[in-house]
Write a protein that binds this ligand. Structure first.
Ligand SMILES: [Zn+2]
Length: 95
């Protein structure tokens, strides 16, 4: 087995290739890293959204790609929201 760089769907990652049959194999760690890179590729670099009025409050609508990649529809996902008024920043971390 030889450590190689392999490309699938425009995403490059480490893998092992058998010298004899040329089969490419991912270890579990390599597959996880590759999967994350692939998911990251699904996302745009940034999204510009307007706040949406919901009752007396406001929310933001997450695009489908973000919902998929971060499992926002799992029902178990919690968001950690932190504000920095000086930097006009609202930071959302998926827990
Ligand atoms: Zn082989």
């Amino acid at each position: 087995m030889k450590l190689v760089k392999t490309t699938h769907d425009g995403v490059e990652g480490d893998a092992y290739r058998c010298q004899n049959c040329k089969m490419t194999i991912f270890t579990q760690d390599q597959a996880l890293i590759f999967g994350r890179k692939l998911q990251q590729k699904l996302l745009k670099e940034k999204y510009i959204k307007k706040p949406v009025k919901i009752g007396n409050s406001y929310g933001i609508i997450f695009p489908r790609d973000i919902v998929k990649v971060f499992n926002l529809d799992s029902g178990k996902t919690t968001l950690d929201i932190r504000m920095d008024k000086a930097k006009s920043k609202i930071e959302i971390t998926v827990l």
